[in-house]
Design a protein around this ligand. Structure first.
Ligand code: ZN
Length: 441
């Protein structure tokens, strides 16, 4: 029996997902103009950059004029640490979030009460897109704290009227107990952590296929279509891709609908562009490039043309759900993640897609890049099913050859493939560390 229930009636907040394009564009332009004026008036960085370009807020007369405005990059947020990009006085700020700072100076983001309410509405619409409704029990395993994931999903779930379990990350055995005992229907976490939950569940005698769980809202790390198929086959749920980033708001910038055809961007709140990562030129829909986002509503910390480093394409092709919001292709690549191995550009997602197509592999792998005798080496460690692992040498050799071939055909590189037993590789409770680049150590 399918776990999928009938599509619930549309939540009133989702009406914004279905606006006629002309009406949507009118809203976008009015909000863009107001936001640019506000950023210009209150944030020195934006004013100085616009002055240098000889652009004033009055020059934004149409949506295309957004291309006149300067880009913002992550280092601008680092340089402004902690409060340099705020457009609201501190007494209007009701919430801070921040990055962990593991890769440098942390970035701080801030919200007014209206910003928090808008964010909750974006997350509400995200949940509703995936058919989540009042009466659902949502296990929110995103981390609560400075990270935006936990509280972002939490407020959206409450705004929707669903029941939220604020379990946060970690403590895997308790997660499984709660999921079973509370009759959880929706889970929010990273896709890699969900794989870990399925696996631990099996060890504890809990089969996810037998639970009421039907929907996964997965984000905070890139994952491939192949990974989605593995997750759905192993758990019997539908796995949806949610997209967001703290610099813009947190989770809830874009979310897939029931048709799983790539996340719809909530374009009335976040204006998306795709640009050539090298030249910054705006590219047409359907062309792959770097996603650039502009906040249209944010008050405490407006963001103009923020370069996300995520590589994707926008599509305005009609979606079976009827939403008029454009979609981004599921993001499997970040320009930050690109590895250059023997002069060849390789993305971890390419390796993931290649090896998950080979039967007998498990969706747990690690990529190790090193240098020996002046030459880059690529090792891919991948877990294989216990049946295969204990099988004849011949079957293992065949699998080894198949994976080596699959990776070579996608990346053009010969990888040293190492087959390991199930549960050998370290599991993550948040974002998975798929790549170890020893050349940088
Ligand atoms: Zn759709």
């Amino acid at each position: 029996m399918s776990k999928q229930t009938q599509v619930p009636p549309m939540h009133p907040a989702s009406a914004m997902d279905f606006l006629p394009p002309a009406q949507l564009q009118d809203i976008q332009l009015a909000r863009l103009q107001a936001m640019v004026q506000r950023a210009f008036d209150h944030v020195a960085l934006f004013r100085e950059r616009m002055d240098r370009r000889g652009v004033t807020p009055a020059d934004v007369r149409s949506l295309c004029d957004i291309a006149l405005l300067p880009f913002t990059v992550k280092n601008d947020l680092r340089d402004a640490y902690p409060f340099g990009l705020f457009a609201s006085p501190l007494e209007e700020i009701v919430r801070f979030h921040a990055s962990s700072g593991t890769t440098g100076t942390p970035i701080v983001v801030a919200y007014t009460q209206e910003d928090v309410d808008d964010w909750a509405r974006a997350m509400l619409r995200s949940f509703a897109s995936a058919g989540v409704h009042r009466g659902d029990i949502i296990q929110n395993a995103y981390g609560y704290g400075l990270f935006t994931g936990g509280l972002g999903a939490h407020y959206g779930a409450e705004a929707l009227g669903a029941s939220v379990i604020p379990i946060s990350g970690s403590n895997t055995d308790r997660q499984i107990m709660v999921m079973r005992d509370f009759g959880v229907t929706v889970i929010c976490c990273t896709p890699s952590y969900f794989l870990h939950l399925i696996e631990r569940g099996a060890e504890l005698g809990v089969s996810f296929k037998d639970l009421p769980l039907r929907t996964g809202v997965f984000g905070a790390e890139p994952w491939t279509e192949e990974m989605r198929q593995r997750i759905e086959a192993a758990s019997g749920i539908k796995a949806y891709d949610i997209y967001g980033l703290s610099e813009i708001v947190g989770p809830g910038v874009a979310m897939e609908c029931l048709h799983q055809a790539g996340p719809h961007v909530f374009e009335d709140m976040f204006y998306p562009e795709i640009v050539d990562p090298d030249t910054g030129t705006v590219l047409p829909d359907g062309t792959e490039g770097e996603l650039v986002l502009t906040t249209l509503c944010k008050r405490a910390m407006p963001m103009i043309r923020y370069r996300t480093r995520d590589i994707t394409a926008l599509t305005g092709a009609p979606c079976a759900c009827g939403r008029t919001l454009r979609r981004i292709l599921r993001i499997g690549r970040r320009s930050d993640d690109m590895l250059i191995i023997r002069g060849i550009n390789v993305f971890p997602s390419q390796v993931e897609a290649a090896l998950l197509k080979v039967e007998g592999t498990l969706p747990h792998y690690q990529i190790v890049v090193d240098r020996a005798k002046g030459l880059d080496t690529l090792e891919v460690q991948v877990e294989v099913t216990p049946e295969l692992f204990s099988d004849t040498v011949g079957a293992m050799e065949q699998l080894h050859a198949d994976i080596t071939h699959a990776i070579a055909s996608v990346t053009g590189l010969h990888a040293e493939v190492r087959l390991v037993a199930a549960r050998t590789l370290l599991r993550s409770e948040g974002k998975a560390a798929r790549v170890v680049d020893k050349r940088k150590l």
